[in-house]
Design a binder for this molecule. Sequence first.
Ligand code: ADP
Ligand code: ASP
Ligand code: MG
Length: 463
Amino acid sequence: MFIQESPQQTLKESSSFTVAKFGGTSVADFQAMLRCAHIIKNDNSNRLVVVSASAGVTNYLVRLSKKNISVVEQTEIITHIGTIQFNITQHLSNVIVQTLNAEITALLDELSVHALKQSQQYSAKQGDAILSFGEQLSSRLFAQVLQSIGVNSAYFNVQQVMKTNSLYGKAVVDIEQLASACSEWLTPKFTKQVIVTQGFIGQDGLGETTTLGRGGSDYSAALLAEALNANNLAIWTDVVGIFTTDPRITEQARAIKEISFGEAAEMATFGAKILHPATLIPAMRKNIPVFVGSSKEPEKGGTQIKQVVASSPTYRSIALRREQTLVTVKSPAMLHASGFLAKVFSILAKHELSVDLITTSEISVALTFDNPSGSTQALLTSAVVQELEQLCEVTVEHGLSLVAVIGNGLDSAKGIGQSIFNTINDVNIRLICHGASANNLCFLVDEQDANNVVEKLHNELFT
Ligand code: ADP
Ligand code: ASP
Ligand code: MG
């Protein structure tokens, strides 16, 4: 099928400015991209489009960025990525397909060079260069799909404005520089064109490619919305909004019509994959409402995330974060002593590890870490454990999941613990954090119990 619809649309002035982000499944193939292109075309306020890599591509790139990948495997992976992307170009008109295919081939060749270098001499820097190709490819394709339905659109390299430090795998963006670079390079373009750019990637002071962490395109879009003073941020994904829990876990999960920034931020922090954990920080700073909806079913509406909402229920949702590691450090020297925790944390800080939950007793401390496979960030390695062992006795447990009940007044409402823990009294609970926040109560369970716990709790608290 070759698409070439109406002649180029001339852009009408719109008083509202929306940054629209499309996730991996939304740009997975040509049909998905076409649906998203129509979403942009149908609402003139959409001026900046931020895209993720086509579904599956970043996972392939993560494999490619690892140590010791054979040349045969490299070729195989790059061929798979090429197939996903060329399957999209074949639907576009002959006029552009040749140029576009040449562009993609050139990118894939560049990717092979990086992959070869990486297998010869591994570096985290090279790893980020490799990971960036997914978004580089999908953004070029999406700009052409928009053109094909008559939207005057252009590709923009986000690295021109998204300047970061050199923490490869989890780079930190220079927000001030982003704002000034956006006014200089991006704002002037919006009167004429819809701009399509990449989520997830940036560039450090050395001109090297960086990435913001897995799932980071949501965060990129929010940072751009903030820098551009957008009126709205729309996150288009594969579900019709934010649900009371992951709809993949229970069919009972229902979409939430509106939710406060604080509640949604808690959900994201505690693992609701729907939003990257940092997404709402820029939106909150500038009070930019965020919409979450399905690019497959835009007519079904979605969730509005905003500062003030009509209701603040005790229970809003349940989030689940898998692949947690629990580290217990124990030292009799801790009894009546000061400075032990500071020493533990300085080791963790040196290795750029961040702790999620913490509970302490007289002589021991339990800490949890997010340790997902496929992550590009610093993980708890045996080197860290060895360093901690110089200080104290260390026990490491993997295979745990963090369940977080999110809501309002959870630190003070009566009977909360009873309702929650009575429901799951047959489950082994490894650690509980309650009281530090009014908005969450969290605990750790074995990975194999996690879905069951969420389902049961959801039944008890939401139906
Ligand atoms: P994208 O590629 O669009 O960024 P993600 O896969 O990162 O999409 O996020 C969408 C997925 O998040 C959904 O398919 C759903 O399974 C999962 N998810 C987890 N928790 C929730 C929740 N509370 N509400 C909706 N979706 C959730
Ligand atoms: N493509 C990146 C990832 O898969 C970023 C994103 O999708 O948000 O992690
Ligand atoms: Mg995502």
